[in-house]
Ligand binder design. Structure first.
Ligand code: ADP
Ligand code: MG
Length: 683
């Protein structure tokens, strides 16, 4: 038998089942063996009914002493049997509408029954239990100790899968060992094949734990190995390609001194880390993570300024939306133009002529900084000497998009994100980048007061909003996400909410409307009007999410708050609290589901985006929180992405191995795994 053997030559089953398995991606023995249980149940066998616990599922051994098919007065078919354990205790067994079982039940033969046990009319009674007979020379499939529960595949049951796995599990020993011998020895790790077999047929709780640990470690290790290897290979291949720009403290000092405020310590530190990176001729690959409002833009501007002045290069700053890009354009121009730098804007809404002019300036080197959207990665855009690329809100871009700008020579690349990614995930998703954190807020920021608002308190919330507006402040109302894919539905919902608020709640206030289906110019115009206080309240879909800066807005209402993830709610909340005034965030819900309000309570309690994203990650898993599929981290079968110590250990091991042998020539199995199987390679 080989692992690549097709399932039709392995399993005795029908073409229908084979097809169903194939549709689920299981076509070979290997695929089947890598289909792991979802969870386990303790189905240890008891010898006596006398000690059975009526609350739990009871698994007990004995014999059947009688059986009978009967029909109730109402016409139901019942199969009744009498069970007796070794001590002579008896229980009635009832199966409804399963007369075919009659032939499968043999009296007097040792049987295992498992199910709920009731005590009725002074009689113990099993209701439709599952059962299994002992087969001489074979171990039990469904009972006895720790029993795997498989995710069902279409109509294929966990019992069926368990039976088949039981038949083939010994082939797991065919799996090749992936981890080097000394790694396994030093950590006491179980062999790969043995561990896979153990998952399907656990011999004990301890062994199962060891098996899971081993496979989890391997998953994380391979991810880290791929990430670290890409990083080190890139550094080797791209050495001497990037502009090395010596750090010039005078240039920075001069610039920082004329800012209207003091840099925070974290801004200072991260800027320094970046400038140090750029002293090398290896392209920087750094991710700056900083909570909303922590002042990442300024860090990027400082570094761009230094690179241009000292290195004579150009800088490009890319943002995911026009609203954001144009806001950056304005604030950055205000910072850099006084120093004689030529800052330009490039986005889809410009005329062809405008785009051409900017592109020409970039190609000739007369433009120092370009700020824009995806328009920056169009083919016609060429650079004279691109030295620094900044990608703002980097998670909003696809992998290819992010790479395109970095292909103009070998510029230094700075990724920025306001979605605080827990370190565990960052190490896995961005294995090939260095990471800087800005977790300190500029001085004088007040904590935003956050409250959950139940339906009965809605009126009070509206009074409060109105009061804020009377005090000269502005407010956002964010409408619920109807469905990630159905943008039209969202537009309908937000339009309705807008009309409702305008007509019924705040007839005297000026209300604006913003949604994703609007043209870029229209959105832009609405944001500008809002900034100029032409409306009091802006009703919006989640397009408002990214870094829009309206310092006068003091209140944000998030409708249908339960539909958003914590990280996203935190992003919304960051729209307020950017000015002097005390700010408020109301999380309005229509559902009073217990788990939900518990999740939302975390918003009331924590102001720190990192803390919230950790909670989010634990509650919802990385797929939900970060759209893992897009970001390229494979679904882990065993390991948990929240297991920081294990991730760090795996990373250190990967570094240790690669520093000795970057090409993995001495470890052909590992080399093949991470070269061949792209699912191991994070982007
Ligand atoms: P984000 O990290 O969310 O991108 P921004 O860079 O947009 O945050 O900064 C938010 C606001 O804070 C901006 O108005 C910016 O001018 C201001 N800001 C940045 N750094 C400081 C600082 N050190 N002190 C005071 N305000 C600052
Ligand atoms: Mg920002």
């Amino acid at each position: 038998m080989k692992l690549g053997t097709p399932l039709r030559d392995v399993l005795a089953t029908t073409p229908y089942f084979l097809k169903t398995l194939e549709k689920a991606g299981l076509s070979t023995l290997e695929d089947l063996l890598l289909y792991f249980p979802r969870t386990y149940e303790d189905r240890s066998i008891q010898k006596s009914l006398a000690r059975a616990n009526l609350k739990d599922t009871v698994t007990v051994q004995g014999i059947l002493v009688d059986k009978d098919n009967i029909r109730t007065k109402r016409g139901y078919k019942l199969l009744k049997a009498l069970f007796r354990d070794e001590e002579g205790n008896e229980a009635e067994v009832v199966w409804f509408n399963q007369p075919h079982l009659m032939n499968m039940l043999t009296l007097g033969k040792s049987i295992i029954l498992s199910g709920k046990l009731k005590y009725e009319q002074r009689m113990l009674s099993f209701q439709s239990p599952t059962f299994e007979y002992f087969v001489p020379g074979q171990s039990l499939v469904h009972f006895g100790g720790i029993t795997p529960i498989y995710p069902e595949i279409d109509r294929i049951s966990t019992e069926w899968l368990r039976k088949k796995m039981h038949d083939v599990a010994h082939h797991a020993l065919l799996f090749e060992e992936t981890l080097p011998e000394e790694v396994r020895k030093s950590r006491g790790l179980m062999g790969r094949g043995e561990a896979i077999r153990e998952l399907h047929m656990p011999t004990s709780r301890e062994q199962l734990e060891r098996a899971r640990y081993r496979l989890g470690f391997e998953e994380l290790f391979l991810l880290q190995l791929a990430g670290v290897r890409r990083k080190l290979s890139f550094q080797r291949d791209a050495a001497k390609c990037a502009p090395a720009i010596p750090l010039d403290a005078e240039i920075m000092k001069e610039f920082v001194e004329q800012l209207p405020f003091q840099l925070t310590d974290h801004q200072r530190l991260v800027t320094y880390q970046i400038l140090r990176d750029m002293e090398r001729d290896v392209p920087m690959q750094r991710l700056v993570e900083g909570d909303v409002g922590s002042g990442k833009t300024l860090v990027a501007v400082l570094c761009a300024y230094h690179a241009i002045r000292k290195g004579g290069v150009q800088a490009a700053i890319m943002a995911p939306t026009e609203v954001l890009a144009s806001q950056h354009y304005k604030s950055i121009t205000a910072l850099l133009a006084p120093w004689g730098l030529n800052v330009q804007y490039l986005a889809g809404s410009l005329t062809k002529k405008e785009k051409e002019t900017t592109a020409l300036g970039l190609a000739q080197g007369t433009v120092d900084v370009v700020i824009g959207t995806h328009a920056l990665i169009q083919e016609y855009v060429q650079f004279h000497r691109l030295g620094l690329v900044v990608i703002d809100e980097q998670h909003r871009f696809g992998v290819e998009q992010r790479r395109t700008l970095a292909q103009h020579g070998f510029p230094h690349v700075l990724h920025m994100t306001a979605t605080p990614i827990p370190r565990t995930l960052a190490l896995t998703m961005y294995g090939d980048q260095d990471i800087s954190l800005i977790s300190e807020m500029p001085k004088g920021r007040k904590t935003i007061i956050t409250r959950l608002v139940n339906p009965q308190d809605r009126q009070k919330m509206y009074y409060f909003l109105e009061d804020q507006v009377r005090k000269g402040r502005q407010a956002f109302v964010i409408c619920p996400l109807i469905d990630e894919s159905e943008k039209l539905e969202d537009v309908r919902a937000v339009t309705k909410e807008y009309a409702f608020l305008q007509e019924h709640i705040f007839p005297e206030l000026k209300i604006g409307l913003l949604h994703g289906k609007m043209k870029a110019e229209e959105k832009e115009q609405i944001m500008t009007s809002f900034k100029d206080r032409k409306f009091d309240i802006l009703v919006s879909t989640s397009v408002i999410e990214v870094g829009v800066d309206i310092p006068n807005a003091s209140t944000i209402v998030i409708e249908g708050a339960e539909r958003f993830g914590l990280s996203q709610l935190h992003q919304f909340r960051g729209r307020v609290g950017r000015g002097e005034a005390q700010s408020y965030c109301f999380l309005a819900t229509d559902s009073s589901q217990k788990g939900q309000s518990q999740r939302l309570k975390a918003m009331e309690k924590y102001a720190d985006g990192f803390r919230l994203s950790e909670i989010d990650l634990e509650l919802r898993g990385p797929g939900e929180v970060y759209g893992i599929r897009q970001s390229g981290v494979p679904d882990l079968r065993v390991a948990s992405l929240t297991d920081l110590p294990l991730i760090v250990e795996a990373r250190e091991l990967a570094e240790e191995i690669l520093e000795k042998d970057l090409d993995l020539n001495t470890m052909p199995v590992l080399k093949r795994l991470i070269d061949g199987d792209t699912s191991y390679i994070p982007e």
